[in-house]
Design a protein around this ligand. Structure first.
Ligand code: C2E
Ligand code: CA
Ligand code: CA
Ligand code: CA
Length: 276
């Protein structure tokens, strides 16, 4: 049972199934969260696998709900996309990530920000990025935008043009969750991505089946020949790290090396590398 039109909504609607009811609740909460500044960013470190140097962080948004506690983005980003709040939340994320990166002790570290489909549909993405850079004073070379290929499925031309403009500012562009969609490979010819992030699903199966190992090795090889940096995300075990190292993977990110948290905490723990 789907409700039609936001104007007909009431807090409790008997016709709505539990799922729709929950969505509506999140939708209302999100608008409030923006006003009350209930979002925060946590940062997950990315390391060079070869020498263990810390290269930068991925910014991941959290909703600090007053009664429900910390809410993960998978639970509210898709809803924000549907109800049109993603532009505002995404802008908040961009601005905060740039501003916070300016406060880090080490000003050589990059910050990667996730930008989702809905933000591109709004058509203002390049403006938002430029504004975040201007307002914060962050060097564009320290900013990276992560997109997923779902973004490229529709509206390809317009999205590519937007990416080009952002890239021209000096910002790098990463393709996130690589390998999960059916046209990952073809999109690589449409835009000069700076980085490819191999989806966690592949990393988690490393060493478990030979075809996954072969796929990961191929993606790394592809990155080498296209001159694209390859990041493995979701690295949890030493075995995975060793296999990735053997494959020649450039960067790693995952619980094994650091969970999303504060930059101060990650910097205090550095260097964490058990290797070399
Ligand atoms: P993602 O971009 O693929 O981010 C990686 C997710 O994997 C993060 O979950 C991270 O905490 C988790 N992760 C990292 N290392 C490991 C590991 O070793 N093992 C496992 N099992 N998981 C690991 P998180 O923070 O819950 O984010 C989920 C998704 O929400 C992100 O997936 C991204 O698509 C989206 N998201 C997060 N922050 C933002 C944001 O600021 N804007 C937008 N538009 N989307 C965001
Ligand atoms: Ca990401
Ligand atoms: Ca990812
Ligand atoms: Ca993902």
């Amino acid at each position: 049972a789907k409700h039609n039109g936001r104007s007909t909504f009431s807090w409790y609607t008997p016709g709505l199934d539990a799922e729709a009811q929950k969505r509506q609740e999140v939708e209302n909460g999100l608008a409030k969260a923006l006003k009350l500044d209930q979002f925060k960013l946590v940062y997950q470190p990315q390391y060079a696998l070869r020498d263990g140097t810390l290269r930068g962080y991925e910014a991941l948004v959290r909703w600090e709900h007053p009664t429900k506690g910390e809410i993960r983005p998978d639970l509210f980003i898709p809803i924000a996309e549907d109800c049109g709040l993603i532009d505002e939340i995404g802008t908040w994320v961009l601005n905060h990530a740039c501003r916070e990166a300016m406060l880090w002790e080490d000003q050589s570290k990059k910050v990667a920000v996730n930008v989702s489909v809905g933000q591109f549909v709004a058509g203002e993405t390049q403006k938002r990025v430029a504004q975040a850079l201007n307002k914060s004073g962050l060097n564009p070379r320290r900013l990276e935008i992560e997109i997923t290929e779902s973004l490229l499925i529709s509206n390809t031309e317009a999205v590519i043009e937007t990416l080009r403009q952002i890239h021209d500012m000096g910002v790098s562009i990463a393709m996130d969750d690589f390998g999960t969609g059916y046209s990952s490979l073809s999109y690589l010819s449409l835009f000069p991505f700076d980085k490819i992030k191999i989806d966690q699903a592949f990393i988690q199966n490393l060493g478990k089946d030979t075809s996954t190992d072969a796929i990961v090795t191929s993606i790394v090889g592809l990155g080498r020949s296209l001159n694209v940096t390859i990041t493995a995300e979701g690295v949890e075990t030493e075995e995975q790290a060793i296999l990735l190292s053997a494959a020649g993977c450039d960067l790693v990110q995952g619980y094994m090396f650091g969970k999303p948290g504060t930059v101060a905490k990650h910097e205090a723990a550095y260097p964490i590398f058990p290797h070399n």
